[in-house]
Design a protein around this ligand. Structure first.
Ligand code: SF4
Length: 278
C-alpha cells in the first residue's frame, strides 16, 4: 500500500461537539479521514471521501479549529474532550497543520481535560505541552498486536513498537498513559500469544490497559474479511476471549479494564461500532 494521501483544507462550523461516548463530554476531530488507513476502522463508514477514493487516501483538514475553539471555550462548560473520536489527531497531516497541538493548548489552558487517543509517536512532538498540562491530559496508544500482522491491519500507522516507546517516554514524564487493546478481532489478535504480548507490554511500561472487542460495520467488516480473513465476532467467542484477557491480566499483574463493561455495553447489547479511532 503506497500510504500517500491528499489533504483538502476546509472550514468547520463547530469544533467541539457533544460526545456520544460515555467517557467524554465533547469530541474534537481536527481532521476528517485518516491516512493511517487501518482496515478495521469504523470511521471509514462515517467519513466519505471523493468518489473513487479509498479509505486513507483523503484527509480533510479543518484549518479553523483553533480559532473556533478559542471562542467555544468561553461559552461552554469545561469537561472532558476526546481528541479524537473519528480520526487520529496525530496522523501525518498534523506534522504540517499542528491542529492537535493548538487545540491542546487552548483546551487545557481553559480548564478542559483532554484525552488523546492515537497510534502515532508524533504525539511526542508536543511533549512540552502535555507535560505542562499533565494534570489535565491523558494519552492512549492503540496497540492491537505486536505481531507481524499489525502491518497488514494498520498499513500506514507507525509501528506498534514506536507507539510503545512513545508511551514509555510519556509515563516516564509523569503523564497518565493507557494502552488500548482493541479492537480484538477473531482470527487476528485473539490468541493468548497476541493478547498476552500487549498486556505484558502495558504492565512493563506502567500503563493501564483498556480492551474492547470488534463490532462490525459494513465497509470495515468487508475489508477485514478480505485482508485478514477475520471471522465473525460471536457472543461465545467474546466470552472466551474476555476470560482469556482476565486470566492474562491477573497473571501479569496488569491493570486492565473492559471498555464494554465500563459503558454497560454488554448489558445493552449495543450496536455501537468498535474498531477505530485511533
Ligand atoms: S483506527 Fe484510528 S488510526 Fe486507524 S485509520 Fe481509524 S482513525 Fe486512523
Amino acid at each position: 500500500m503506497p500510504c500517500s494521501y491528499r489533504a483538502y483544507e476546509i472550514r468547520a462550523r463547530q469544533a467541539l461537539v457533544p460526545s456520544r461516548l460515555p467517557e467524554y463530554d465533547y469530541a474534537l476531530n481536527p481532521y476528517a479521514g485518516c491516512s493511517h488507513a487501518c482496515i478495521y476502522c469504523y470511521a471509514a463508514d462515517l467519513t466519505r471521501g471523493p468518489p473513487g477514493s479509498a479509505w486513507g487516501e483523503v484527509v480533510y483538514v479543518k484549518k479553523n479549529v483553533p480559532e473556533l475553539l478559542k471562542r467555544e471555550v468561553r461559552r461552554l462548560a469545561p469537561g472532558v474532550v476526546g481528541l479524537s473520536t473519528v480520526t487520529d489527531p496525530y496522523q501525518p497531516a498534523e506534522r504540517e497543520y499542528m491542529l492537535a497541538r493548538a487545540s491542546l493548548e487552548v483546551l487545557a489552558g481553559a480548564g478542559f481535560r483532554v484525552s488523546i487517543q492515537t497510534k502515532s509517536d508524533l504525539v511526542l512532538r508536543d511533549l512540552d505541552v502535555i507535560v505542562k498540562y499533565r494534570h489535565a491530559v491523558d494519552v492512549g496508544f492503540t496497540i492491537t498486536s505486536l505481531g507481524e500482522r499489525a502491518s497488514a491491519a494498520e498499513p500506514c500507522a507507525p509501528s506498534p513498537l514506536a507507539r510503545a516507546r512513545a508511551a514509555e517516554i510519556l509515563v516516564g514524564r509523569g503523564v497518565r498513559v493507557w494502552i488500548f487493546l482493541g479492537p480484538i478481532i477473531p482470527g487476528y489478535n485473539d490468541s493468548a500469544r497476541e493478547l498476552g504480548g500487549v498486556i505484558a507490554l502495558a504492565r512493563r511500561i506502567g500503563a493501564e490497559l483498556v480492551y474492547d472487542r470488534y463490532r462490525a460495520t459494513p465497509r470495515a467488516g468487508a475489508r477485514l474479511r478480505a485482508a485478514l480473513g477475520a471471522g465473525e465476532p460471536s457472543p461465545e467467542w467474546w466470552r472466551r476471549v474476555r476470560r482469556e484477557v482476565e486470566v492474562l491480566c491477573a497473571r501479569e499483574g496488569a491493570r486492565c479494564r473492559s471498555m464494554e463493561e465500563e459503558w454497560g455495553l454488554a448489558r445493552r447489547d449495543s450496536k455501537r461500532a468498535s474498531g477505530g479511532p485511533a
